[in-house]
Design a binder for this molecule. Structure first.
Ligand SMILES: CC(C)(COP(=O)(O)OP(=O)(O)OC[C@H]1O[C@@H](n2cnc3c(N)ncnc32)[C@H](O)[C@@H]1OP(=O)(O)O)[C@@H](O)C(=O)NCCC(=O)NCCS
Length: 158
């Protein structure tokens, strides 16, 4: 698979069913239900991006502007396509969009156990700024990460 075959684009309504399926498979009890994904689509579609491989929805990221910051609500890549730079592409595009709109901060929650996602965020310069205990359905905790776009050039560093 050539990374060149993958494009990151704005969501289209038909993507939502595939995204709901991926959410459920990847996040289980913590998955957003379809109605909530639809709500995010209605409210935050400028920041709802999908990774498209030859017409197939293989990943997505959805973020909303809240209190003048951008909050990343969900990001996932389907299993067979992980580790190929797609998560990075989705995050890069989100950061680019946020900068173009003059947003100064990006926030997200990530499971304290999710070393892969944490590595990805830290490579973009996200810093751990807090914790939410008992955040997930199984009672596990989340870290809060923040990227300050005012003081960071947000280049992914290998
Ligand atoms: C987190 C996730 C979106 C990353 O997407 P991806 O396409 O696999 O990630 P990339 O290939 O773009 O990798 C980007 C960085 O992530 C980290 N990473 C990716 N795969 C990794 C692995 N197997 N082990 C450790 N770090 C890894 C690395 O830091 C990597 O940077 P590098 O390529 O310079 O080494 C994907 O693993 C996923 O969907 N996971 C399940 C859902 C999830 O956990 N979402 C995050 C919720 S907060």
């Amino acid at each position: 698979m050539e990374i060149l075959d993958i494009k990151v684009r704005k969501i289209e309504p038909g993507d939502l069913f595939y995204i709901a399926e991926i959410e459920e498979k990847v996040f289980g009890l913590d998955a957003f239900p379809f109605y909530y994904l639809f709500e995010l689509y209605e409210k935050c579609r400028d920041f709802f991006l999908v990774a498209d491989y030859k017409g197939l929805t293989i990943g997505y990221i959805v973020s909303c502007i809240e209190n003048q910051s951008l909050h990343i609500h969900s990001v996932a890549v389907i299993e067979g396509f992980r580790g190929k730079g797609i998560g990075r592409m989705l995050l890069e595009e989100t950061i680019k969009l946020a900068k173009s709109m003059g947003i100064e901060k990006i926030l997200l929650e990530v499971s304290t156990q999710n070393t892969v996602a944490i590595a990805l965020y830290e490579k973009f310069g996200f810093k751990r700024v807090g914790m939410r205990t008992n955040y997930y359905a199984d009672g596990s905790d989340a870290y809060i990460y923040m990227l300050d776009l005012k003081e960071n050039n947000s280049q992914h560093v290998r």
